[in-house]
Design a protein around this ligand. Structure first.
Ligand SMILES: C/C=C/C(=O)SCCNC(=O)CCNC(=O)[C@H](O)C(C)(C)COP(=O)(O)OP(=O)(O)OC[C@H]1O[C@@H](n2cnc3c(N)ncnc32)[C@H](O)[C@@H]1OP(=O)(O)O
Length: 258
């Protein structure tokens, strides 16, 4: 168990907790622990959904650890950016749904971490943004790429060029988050969703993620061709046979995950 990133396994899903008081700043040791947790979850088939949230009252994560910046050379800054991007890409590529449960501040790298998750649930009082321009820098953990894909280029530019955070309600309106719940309900609702997703067909879930993200990276024609290949792949699985048979026999399916 790490000191800065904690992993707890529940019934079919895992809860990853960022625990670096007071604002869960994403310093180098925390990123190392996060990478280790992601690696552990990659191979754990007993975990069929993941929740990521921040400890404490103040923040999901308030970004990279700014205290690390003064000593960074440009080359070291590029390495920091590429390292964070690689860890977030690996998180996004987990073969299972990943939910960001966002409370308080999700700023800079914290917002980028939430965007590297598949689904974002925000507490009503949460605030999300990319304030890097206020430091004279720009987002470096994928924010300039994932934010436009979620909210469109002009809203992404508005957020990155003003550095102004948005409320949870505004984040919902523009598509940055998918669900807004009362503050006290954030983790219970995230757990409820994680348990629901963990009960779905795991192979289909993995292939749906591959189809969606693979399609976003290419043309519509290549994306539909990818979908058809994955549709063929899923039909070769025991889960597809079980799912269809369960429907025809009017009973609940028993997923085997292959
Ligand atoms: C590649 C990725 C790049 C990035 O992510 S760049 C960083 C982007 N993030 C930011 O720019 C956010 C910076 N932080 C803030 O704007 C504010 O903070 C908050 C809005 C998050 C909270 O404001 P308030 O409630 O007034 O608290 P407080 O006194 O500012 O912060 C409490 C303590 O937390 C430290 N802290 C806050 N954010 C960071 C951070 N990102 N890195 C390192 N430390 C941080 C502060 O300095 C302070 O510390 P002390 O209590 O010792 O004075």
């Amino acid at each position: 168990m790490g000191q800065l990133v904690k992993l707890a396994r529940e019934d079919g899903y895992a809860v990853v907790t960022l625990d670096h008081p007071p604002v869960n700043a994403l310093n180098a040791p925390l990123l190392t622990e996060l990478e280790a947790v992601v690696a552990e979850l990659e191979g754990d088939e007993s975990v069929r959904a993941v929740i990521i949230h921040g400890a404490g009252e103040k923040a999901f994560a308030a970004g990279a650890d700014i205290t690390e910046f003064p000593r960074l050379s440009p080359d070291q800054a590029e390495s920091l950016s590429r390292r964070g991007q690689a860890i977030f890409d690996r998180l996004s590529a987990l073969p299972k749904p990943v939910i960001a449960a966002v409370h308080g501040y999700a700023l800079g790298g914290g917002c980028e971490l939430a965007m590297a998750c598949d689904i974002r649930i925000a507490a009503e009082s949460a605030r999300l943004g990319q304030p890097e321009i206020n430091l004279g820098i720009l987002p470096g953990y994928g924010g300039t790429q994932r934010l436009p894909r979620l909210v469109g280029p002009s809203r992404a530019l508005l957020m990155c060029l003003t550095g102004d955070p948005v409320s949870a309600a505004e984040a919902l309106r523009i598509g940055l988050v998918d669900l807004v719940v009362p503050d006290a309900e954030l983790l219970p609702r995230a757990r409820e969703l994680a348990a629901k997703l963990a009960g779905k067909a795991p192979v289909a879930a993995r292939l749906i993620k591959r189809a969606v993200y693979g399609g976003l990276a290419t043309t519509l024609a290549e994306g539909t061709a990818l979908e058809a290949r994955l549709f063929a792949e899923v039909f070769a699985t025991a889960d597809a046979r079980e799912g269809v048979q369960a429907f025809l026999e009017k009973r609940a399916p028993r997923w085997v995950g292959r």
